[in-house]
Design a protein around this ligand. Structure first.
Ligand code: NAD
Ligand code: TYD
Length: 351
């Protein structure tokens, strides 16, 4: 078939990537969506079981740090556009071992940029780089991250993402590569690997395990429904201006302890427990090293310029998320078997 676009979505088997692949595959039958993923511990093709049979979807197992893998994918599918989500994404893992983050997030991104530059001599192309608000560092009590906020990454994860953002920008300025960039706040929703706060707490509440809250639980995160992030990527990819970056967020700040307590109450109801029972599981543990205090995003550029707004309130999204985890035990068993257990013991047993 003569597809209008042939989009390489890197990291399409991960949490956010699978939502982006699902949206594109369903919404644009005239696009070919090539899910390029190494299938690390965080990538799971079952995340896409509802779209894998579609004619306009293909999976390519590859590593973004391998020039051969990336070149083969570009050649085989005549890639016209890239939406780049593949990354090592967990701050705690980056503290334990930064080098994988440098390899995938920095070297892998430059490898993709290089291939796009070599392949796209003319015509209508977009390289959309998906990044995080963590590149801006940590906020005090006041203020929001804007697109013009100076970069000040403080964890190995955010340093690697900041570096990748700079390379993306450098390829635009130096080689005129048609790039777009988005920096989003913390996502939540279905298919979220249970190393991150919300899915980890849901699983531990369900299994009556301690709920490890770092430090005093006073750190603040700005949470966004993952499907709203996927919609924002769709909007920016199609309508955003070349060379621009857009912040994505929902003005939805919660301290970690407020959020964990809210989840406890919600799950008490879902599991038929007496009110307050799950809160007993809260355990304050040693703080994360260099723990950023507060993230909060000003998404007004995206809202005013491109008309995007979040579609769902946090309380409703959290309930949907909890329901999804309770209804998808086989997914949980699959992703938490094997390596997850040793990760969990290493990260939490002596904390
Ligand atoms: P994730 O860890 O769930 O998924 C990452 C995916 O990338 C996995 O499918 C994994 O197999 C794949 N991958 C990793 N290394 C690879 C490599 N070398 N080659 C090919 N594939 C590889 O991550 P996520 O939470 O879905 O995040 C996706 C992107 O969005 C990342 O770039 C992340 O920095 C960014 N982001 C995430 C959040 C969030 O809250 N999760 C917020 C803002 C931005
Ligand atoms: P996380 O989901 O790892 O996202 P990020 O660090 O990228 O924001 O963590 C969200 C917040 O929750 C962060 O302030 C750290 C905290 N946290 C805990 O208190 N306990 C945990 O077990 C985890 C994983 C995170």
């Amino acid at each position: 078939m003569d597809y209008k676009k042939r989009i390489l979505v890197t990291g399409g088997a991960g949490f956010i990537g699978s939502h982006v692949v699902r949206l594109l595959t369903n919404k644009y039958p005239d696009y070919l969506v090539v899910n390029f993923d190494k299938l690390t511990y965080a990538g799971n093709l079952e995340n896409l079981s509802d779209v894998e049979h579609k004619e306009n979807y293909v999976f390519f197992k590859g590593d973004i740090t391998s020039s051969t893998d990336v070149k083969n994918a570009f050649d085989q599918y005549a890639i016209s556009d890239v939406i780049h989500l593949a990354a090592e994404s967990h701050v705690d893992r980056s503290i334990e071992g930064p080098m994988d983050f440098v390899m995938t997030n920095v070297v892998g991104t430059v490898n993709l940029l290089q291939n796009a530059k070599d392949n796209w001599n003319d015509g209508d192309h977009v390289f959309h780089h998906v990044s995080t608000d963590e590149v801006y560092g940590s906020l005090g009590e006041e203020g929001l991250f804007e697109e013009t906020t100076s970069y000040d990454p403080r964890s190995p994860y955010s340093a690697s993402k900041a570096s990748s953002d700079h390379f993306v920008s450098a390829f635009y300025h130096t080689y005129n590569l048609p790039i777009k960039m988005s920096n989003c706040s913390n996502n939540y929703g279905s298919h979220h690997f249970p190393e991150k706060l919300i899915p980890l707490m849901i699983l531990n509440i369900q299994n009556n395990k301690p709920l490890p809250v770092y430090g005093k639980g006073e750190n603040i995160r700005d949470w966004l429904w993952v499907e709203d992030h996927a919609r924002a990527i769709d909007t920016i990819f199609h309508n955003g201006r070349i060379g621009e970056s857009y912040n994505v967020g929902g003005l939805n700040e919660w301290t970690n302890i407020e959020l964990v307590k809210y989840l406890c109450q919600l799950m008490d109801k879902k599991l038929g427990r007496i009110s307050g029972e799950s809160e007993q599981l809260i355990t304050y543990v040693t703080d994360r090293k260099g723990h950023d205090m507060r993230y909060a995003i000003d998404a007004s550029k995206l809202e005013n310029e491109l008309g995007w707004t979040p579609s769902i309130q946090f309380e409703e999204g959290l309930e949907k998320t909890v329901d999804w985890y309770l209804a998808n035990q086989s997914w949980i068993e699959k992703v938490t078997s094997g390596a997850y257990q040793s990760y969990y013991n290493e990260m939490y047993s002596n904390r």
